[in-house]
Design a protein around this ligand. Structure first.
Ligand code: FAD
Length: 291
């Protein structure tokens, strides 16, 4: 097995797998919904701590998002609803919090969010995720576990790296229980981020966001958009495979498993897999890690 060879080469893989969680997006078609249910069934075998469901800022996928949250809860699994506040009014957020409570949801990934291009709604009452965290705590006390986003490689719109870190510390201190990072492929960026946050008094678990590599062009496009760096050697190797998806997947599994291995050896408190509604790559990475 390729990965056994890698593990013995690096001398790692002895520590236990930390808690894992999976992220899904609300499908736009009935076929997508059927595929997502099948993926979830496969992923539940790995006993995730929770599963989360993304949410389109400006309310674009709100109904679909809450419907998937409700399905996951109905399957007996802890579900975290992503919720972004830009463009929303206090009244609207209050209504959604009541809706989530009624569904039995106890976890929210509280986000600022990005308004979709062409968004025609109002300015709203919130600018930053920290304001949403404060509002949710003020409205609902400790009912919800609150999780916020962290950016080991700096949020693309941040004024400066220190300002981004201060903003992160601020939203954590407003009442977040954990943070989940943006995807990254460079473990040093994660370790530095955790150390810098710690120095600012942020001691909550910072869960590593893990993006399995299953295709090349989509990943490169998304990484550019969200400000995550694809190291040159990974980018060039991916580009060299062209349309050879089998090689891309095989290389991707090796790279991401090795990243996870480095992180768990350093004591990462959790892995949050960006599944893109597909199970195979996340399952295989966890299997290679000994799940
Ligand atoms: P914030 O924490 O508000 O930060 C946004 C920017 O504002 C940063 O540059 C920050 O430095 C700056 N900032 C924050 N506070 C201040 C302040 N007080 N003064 C000045 N500047 C400040 N997007 C979706 O649309 N739907 C999703 O479901 C979704 N889920 C995500 C899950 C995770 C784990 C992650 C990492 C990202 C997710 N995103 C999602 C993307 C996210 O919405 C974008 O990255 C968005 O641009 C920022 O959201 P945030 O919560 O990090 O915002």
């Amino acid at each position: 097995m390729a990965n056994d060879a890698e593990s013995s080469r690096s001398g790692r893989s002895e520590s236990a797998l930390p808690p894992i969680s999976f992220e899904f997006f609300p499908p736009k078609t009935p076929e997508g919904l059927v595929k997502l249910r099948a993926a979830r069934a496969q992923l539940y075998a790995l006993k995730p701590e929770f599963c989360s469901v993304t949410y389109g800022a400006g309310g674009s996928t709100q109904d679909g998002s809450f419907a998937v949250v409700s399905e996951i809860l109905g399957e007996g699994v802890r579900a975290a609803a992503h919720y972004s506040c830009v463009g929303a009014t206090r009244e609207r957020v209050r209504g959604h919090l009541a809706q989530l409570k009624a569904l039995g949801c106890k976890d929210i990934v509280a986000l600022g969010g990005d308004l979709p291009s062409g968004y025609g709604g109002g300015v709203g009452d919130f600018r930053y995720a920290s304001e949403l965290v404060e509002f949710i705590r003020a409205e609902t006390g400790e009912h919800f576990g609150l999780h916020v986003a962290g950016y080991p490689e700096i949020h693309p719109l941040a004024k400066s790296p220190p300002a981004d870190l201060q903003a992160f510390a601020h939203k954590v201190k407003a009442g977040a229980n954990t943070a989940i990072t943006q995807m990254f492929f460079n473990s040093d960026a994660y370790f530095r981020f955790v150390d810098d946050a710690d120095a600012l008094g942020v001691h909550i678990p910072i869960i590593a966001g893990i993006m399995p590599i299953t295709n090349s062009s989509g990943l490169l496009r998304f990484a550019d958009k969200c400000g995550a760096e694809i190291p040159r050697w990974i980018r060039l190797r991916l580009e060299s495979f062209g349309d050879d998806t089998a090689s891309i997947k095989s290389f991707g599994l090796d790279v991401v498993t090795d990243l996870c291995d480095q992180l768990r050896c350093a004591g990462v408190p959790g892995f949050h897999f960006y599944t893109m509604n597909q199970a195979d790559a996340s399952v295989e990475i966890c299997r290679r890690l000994g799940a």
